[in-house]
Design a protein around this ligand. Structure first.
Ligand SMILES: NC(=O)c1ccc[n+]([C@@H]2O[C@H](COP(=O)([O-])OP(=O)(O)OC[C@H]3O[C@@H](n4cnc5c(N)ncnc54)[C@H](OP(=O)(O)O)[C@@H]3O)[C@@H](O)[C@H]2O)c1
Length: 300
């Protein structure tokens, strides 16, 4: 099968399209004929070698963490899907190929395109996991630091669907985008507390840091308690008493939640760009720029 592989850690150019052996579904897994995958920042970190201690890589390795496609093999014990079903979900690694094995999935809701389903993998699981970690926020106000990216744009929509008032940070260029998702936009950076106070004079009840940009102590001060702040990207979180959320925990339940909102029309994953398999390095370079709006995809 064709796959995007790398033989050494390095910049996006280490990614090449090659022939690779097909994987097969083991117990509790499904194999899909892949239609599209999303590029997640973790892929960039794995490719660059930054995750080598945590996520071991055996070369040559296929890059990619999530995918959407048509089920073509069902492992022992799997009863919720059959060959021919369209699913989106997560893998242990190695999805950017004609076939990939998923270990958590949900059926693609009818309103979503293939591209939207691809955009909903790790990002939507992480958004749901993080919001769940903050408890019931219905009727409350949530500050999302980094609201325009893959996880942020999913979290804004899912929180709004849960009846939460969302204040989201982004650069000025993304403020109309955040408004279109139902959030109140403000800019990130120095002076954040003052800008939050302007739009939320009664304060905010919780904060979700997707950016990992060093603002976590400010978020704790703005909320007034570290127990109502979560981060997915700041490895100093524990020192501040903030939970560092793992987006792939409870993945099957999280994806099912995201799919339910997709069916209801209240969550539509955002796709900024899609690159063909041969341009995987360009897709990585795009995300590496740090200013993706929604998700960047690789399509087959
Ligand atoms: N713990 C986990 O399980 C888990 C799961 C998924 C992701 N992550 C991590 O979470 C982070 C975000 O992931 P993602 O997929 O959402 O990334 P992404 O889509 O690449 O994020 C890009 C967004 O970040 C915003 N941004 C850039 N600098 C910012 C700053 N200083 N303050 C606030 N926002 C800023 C950009 O907004 P502007 O363009 O408007 O500047 C852009 O919309 C990554 O580090 C990723 O590795 C962790």
């Amino acid at each position: 099968m064709r796959a995007v592989r790398f033989h050494e850690f390095g910049d996006p150019q280490v990614l090449t399209v090659e022939d690779a052996p097909e994987p097969h579904a083991g117990p509790g897994e499904v194999r899909v004929r892949v239609r599209a995958v999303s590029v997640n920042p973790v892929d960039l970190k794995i490719r660059a070698g930054y995750m080598a201690q945590v996520i071991p890589t055996t070369f040559p390795a296929v890059i990619g963490y999530d995918a959407t496609g048509v089920v073509d093999e069902v492992g022992a014990g799997v009863t919720d899907v059959s060959p021919g079903d369209q699913v989106f979900g997560l893998a242990a690694q190695g999805t950017t190929a004609e076939y990939a094995v998923l270990n958590a999935w949900a059926s693609v809701p009818r309103p979503w395109t293939v591209e939207q389903a691809a955009a909903a993998g790790l990002a939507s699981s992480t958004a749901v996991e993080s919001l769940n970690a903050l408890g019931d926020l219905s009727g409350k106000t949530l500050l999302i630091e980094g609201a325009a990216g893959g996880v942020g744009s999913a979290a804004v929509q899912i929180a709004v669907a849960r009846g939460v008032t969302v204040i989201g940070t982004a650069s000025e260029a993304n403020h109309d985008f955040l408004r279109s998702l139902g959030a109140i936009p403000i800019t990130y950076g120095p002076g954040l507390a003052e800008r939050v106070a302007e739009v939320a004079p009664d304060g905010v009840d919780a904060a979700f840091d997707t950016a990992g940009s060093g603002s976590l102590a400010d978020l704790v001060a703005i909320v007034g308690s570290s127990s109502r702040v979560v981060s997915i990207a700041d490895f100093g979180a524990a020192a501040l008493g903030v939970t560092l959320v793992a987006g792939n925990a409870h993945a099957a339940d999280n994806l099912a939640d995201a799919a339910r909102l997709g069916s209801a029309g209240t969550f539509t994953p955002v796709v900024q760009a899609a690159y063909p398999l041969e341009k995987a390095a360009d897709a990585h370079a795009h995300v590496q720029g740090g200013h993706t709006r929604g998700k960047v995809l690789i399509t087959l």
